[in-house]
Design a protein around this ligand. Structure first.
Ligand SMILES: Cc1cc2nc3c(=O)[nH]c(=O)nc-3n(C[C@H](O)[C@H](O)[C@H](O)COP(=O)(O)OP(=O)(O)OC[C@H]3O[C@@H](n4cnc5c(N)ncnc54)[C@H](O)[C@@H]3O)c2cc1C
Length: 391
């Protein structure tokens, strides 16, 4: 295998947004970096509704190459069809073609100097002195490489962090099961607005969405329900009164299924010679299931700290904990707030969802907790759920 040398400073496992951004930053800072991806093609299979805020935050030009739609906000729908318009700055962004976008991020990493292996699965990790021996399976053969640092960016089914002794297994009940059709001939309300549908019949423990995507739209949902499969919820959603007229001519060109880990961050995202990034670390909003931005941002931080560790000749957990301090400072409170909101939302029955929509009104910018508290206080049936966040 041409890409394979005997040793690297940093091996990154998984070429999703988290892994490619880690490898980019590490290579840019001079570390000898290898990015290993088990799929034969980076970006495939897609398991995503492909909406991302703030590409500009990463100095990425929203190129036509991968941007399919620009987003200026969203509509939230209750089961009866009440509509709330969301139009804060945080709700703007893009719907991208992940197959191209993920490849674009990997190309950026390669141009910065990272080597990449595809169709290569990391199947084992062993400590040898203060380095790792990383076992990689490629076309039926096992190859062993040494690495000072491993970055585990191996997504929701992550096991790399566990190999290193961290508690990172996701409880299946805390993983949102998702099913989505990419469809043609969807009649959108507005080609720059995301649509979100809530209700226990529509998507128990989650929500359904219709996201514009150029000539197509991503129509999908995520649920947490052991009794009914996500795909069956999706078939029902296509026939739901709220959307069926707009979807009656729609036909799929792709089916995507996957899981979003919505239990919040894992306990610890670093140990001697290892960092955990993205879905593998639970760096994904427990409320929205949005994780691309976080995986990219935390990936850059991991790449930076790992490459600094190499320069300092110290990749002990004492040095690497800087990574956790950095990402927690920026994202931890938001993740924990979203976890709280998700836990409240999933307790509400459909009537309570309608009542909450009344409280919120028909337009929502950033939620002002003080104003919200004043209104919710007058709704005893809802107050019991929201006590913790308004007092
Ligand atoms: C249906 C669905 C819809 C979603 N919609 C959105 C959305 O609209 N917006 C948003 O922001 N987020 C969305 N998400 C979440 C988003 O897809 C993830 O948060 C994001 O992809 C996380 O990036 P990552 O790099 O951590 O992991 P991933 O993108 O999952 O990448 C992990 C990579 O690691 C590879 N890998 C795994 N194990 C190994 C191994 N042992 N060896 C080598 N390679 C390995 C995998 O093949 C994969 O390529 C959605 C998720 C689902 C399931």
């Amino acid at each position: 295998m041409r890409e394979l040398k005997d040793s690297y400073d940093i091996v990154v496992v998984g070429a999703g947004p988290g892994g490619s951004c880690s490898a980019y930053e590490a290579a840019l800072n001079g570390a000898k970096t290898l990015l290993v991806e088990k799929s034969q093609e980076i970006g495939e299979p897609v398991r995503c509704a492909e909406a991302i805020p703030g590409l500009e935050d990463f100095n990425i030009k929203p190129s036509d190459e991968f941007v399919r739609s620009k987003v200026k906000g969203g509509y939230i729908f209750t089961p009866s069809g009440k509509r709330i318009k969301v139009s804060s700055d945080k709700a703007t962004g893009y719907v991208v073609e992940r197959k191209i976008f993920d490849k674009y991020l990997a190309i950026r990493a390669a141009k910065a100097g990272s080597k990449i292996m595809v169709k290569s699965t990391v199947v084992g990790l062993e400590r040898d002195g203060d380095e790792w021996v990383v076992e990689i399976e490629y076309l039926g053969e096992i190859y062993k490489v040494r690495s000072k640092i491993v970055i585990a960016a191996d997504g929701v089914e992550s096991n790399i962090a566990e190999y290193a002794g961290l508690k990172a297994k996701k409880n299946p009940l805390e993983v949102c099961s998702c099913a989505e059709f990419e469809m043609v001939n969807v009649k959108l309300i507005d080609s720059e607005m995301l649509e979100f549908y809530f209700g226990n019949e529509i998507a128990k423990g989650g929500y359904a969405w219709i996201f514009p995507k150029g000539d197509c739209a991503n129509v999908g949902l995520g649920v947490r329900d052991r009794k009914k499969k996500a795909i069956n919820y999706l078939y029902d959603f296509l026939e739901n009164e709220l959307v069926k007229d707009r979807l009656k001519d729609a036909t799929p060109i792709e089916l995507k299924v996957g899981g979003a880990p919505v239990s919040g961050p894992i306990e610890k995202t670093y140990t001697d010679g290892l960092l955990v990034v993205g879905d593998a670390a639970g760096q994904i909003s427990p409320l929205t299931g949005g994780g691309i931005y976080l995986a990219m941002d935390c990936g850059l931080m991991a790449g930076r700290v790992a490459s600094e560790a190499i320069k300092n000749n110290d990749w002990s957990e004492d040095f690497l904990k800087k990574y956790e301090e950095m990402w927690k400072k920026k994202h931890f409170n938001m993740l924990m707030d979203h976890l709280k909101y998700r836990k409240i939302l999933e307790k509400l029955n459909d009537e309570e969802i309608e009542e909450l929509a009344d409280v919120l009104g028909d337009s929502l910018e950033d939620i002002d907790l003080k104003k919200f508290a004043k209104k919710i206080i007058k709704r005893p049936s809802l107050l019991k759920y929201f006590k913790e966040i308004v007092f």
